[in-house]
Design a binder for this molecule. Structure first.
Ligand code: GLA
Length: 383
């Protein structure tokens, strides 16, 4: 992949630049908790985005996406926003840096990735972090890593229409090989947890349903609104509650008559999910993978029945995991398609994968995809 990027850069710009990379992420547990001020438990993976970049001494960015075979040029002023959605990620990062007082100039760039798009592994955060990290380094802006993650998140909010939380960008910037990160999304305090399921006899496997539902981003934003409605209602009695993170099931019960049944279910899921993250961290410290797995099933149930961000294909994959005796399984990421993440005992792995492929293909007419993941480092300069 890197060679392709270099060849194309040479061909288009007749020079060489610096090469940067940022990863996608998995999340062991804690979905839709980040924008509720709660906890998440992600790790960066060995798949991501790589970009070659060189300042070109003009006020224009000239960018080529190798995967989409598409070339775009844009300026750095707000009115210069490109139409191509992939280019808006790069443009957004530039704008968010400029808004924070950073001085950047035009640059030439080619990039490619091996994080599957729309699979819930944060290909977009990988792209944002790559450019935030690279521009910070190339133009010596001195922006700290927290702010780099926030620049990626603000890009989603202001240029891509997704009101996401901080998890994906944080994991992409702060990732550390062999470790998951427990992040408190309110204070941004974080702690690395060594994570080596292989040593305990387990494999971590992603099964990609290869479905991506349209309107996923508007449905995502709608979930966030539901949470905000419930917080508003609770605050009338408990003004100290800033996020659902601060609410208890008891407080939620008090406002049952004041919020819609749907909003109530959404909040119920979030309050339970925040606790599950803490339970999983505790279990992991004891090497208790059985509890980790049970909590993962709990998350799937909540995401499917209460938060309603699963789909037929993902529920089907989850059922197969259960039937095969897989330790833990759940839909990963924002939902509405993408992957399940599965914690599987070594001795069950072959049988599970075989059955998942056979039954899924028989039912939906196409195969799922399988990814083994290695927990890896975050944003970095390669050359
Ligand atoms: C997407 C968002 C994240 C997070 C997850 C769900 O990946 O980008 O901020 O909300 O969904 O946990």
């Amino acid at each position: 992949m890197e060679q392709k990027i270099r060849n194309k850069f040479q061909e288009l710009f007749n020079t060489t630049g610096s090469v940067y990379a940022s990863p996608g992420r998995i999340n062991l547990i804690g979905e839709h908790t980040d924008y509720n001020g709660g906890f998440v438990f992600p790790g960066a993976i060995d798949k991501g985005m790589i970009a070659e970049i060189k300042p070109n001494g003009t006020d224009k960015v000239r960018a080529f996406s190798i995967d989409l075979n598409d070339y775009v040029e844009f300026g750095l002023r707000e009115e210069d926003a490109p139409k191509a959605s992939w280019a808006r990620y790069i443009f957004g990062v530039c704008r968010e840096i400029i808004k924070r007082g950073g001085t950047i100039q035009g640059f030439d760039t080619t990039f490619a990735g091996d994080v599957p798009l729309g699979a819930g592994m944060s290909s977009s955060a990988a792209l944002e972090s790559t450019y935030a990290f690279a521009l910070n380094d190339l133009f010596q802006l001195g922006i700290d890593k927290f702010e780099l993650a926030k620049i990626g998140q603000a890009t989603e909010h202001n240029y891509c229409g997704v009101n996401c939380g901080i998890m994906d960008q944080f994991a992409s910037v702060f990732g550390k090989a062999g470790h998951l990160i427990r992040l408190d999304c309110r204070s941004l305090e974080y702690k690395y947890y060594p994570f080596d399921p292989e040593a305990a006899g387990y494999k971590l496997v992603l099964l990609d349903s290869v479905v991506k539902h349209e309107l996923a981003s508007s449905a995502y934003n709608k979930r966030r609104q539901s949470c905000e409605h419930v917080v508003e209602a609770i605050r009338r009695r408990h003004p100290e509650v800033e996020y659902l993170r601060d609410a208890t099931m008891e407080m939620l019960g008090e406002v049952k008559g004041e919020v819609s049944a749907e909003d109530y279910m959404r909040a119920e899921y979030v309050i339970e999910e925040i606790q599950r993250v803490l339970d999983v961290c505790e279990a992991l410290e004891k090497g208790d993978y059985e509890t980790v797995g049970q909590k993962m099933y709990g998350t799937h149930y909540g995401m499917s029945k209460l938060y309603e961000v699963s789909c037929e294909e993902l529920d089907f994959l989850n059922d197969i995991a259960k039937e095969c005796g897989v330790t833990g399984s759940r839909v990963m990421g924002g939902g509405f398609g993408g992957c399940t993440i599965n914690l599987v005992k070594n001795e069950l792995y072959d049988a599970f994968v075989k059955k998942a492929f056979a039954d899924y293909t028989a039912k939906f007419g196409h195969e799922p995809k399988l990814y083994d993941v290695v927990i890896s480092d975050g944003a970095r300069k390669l050359h």
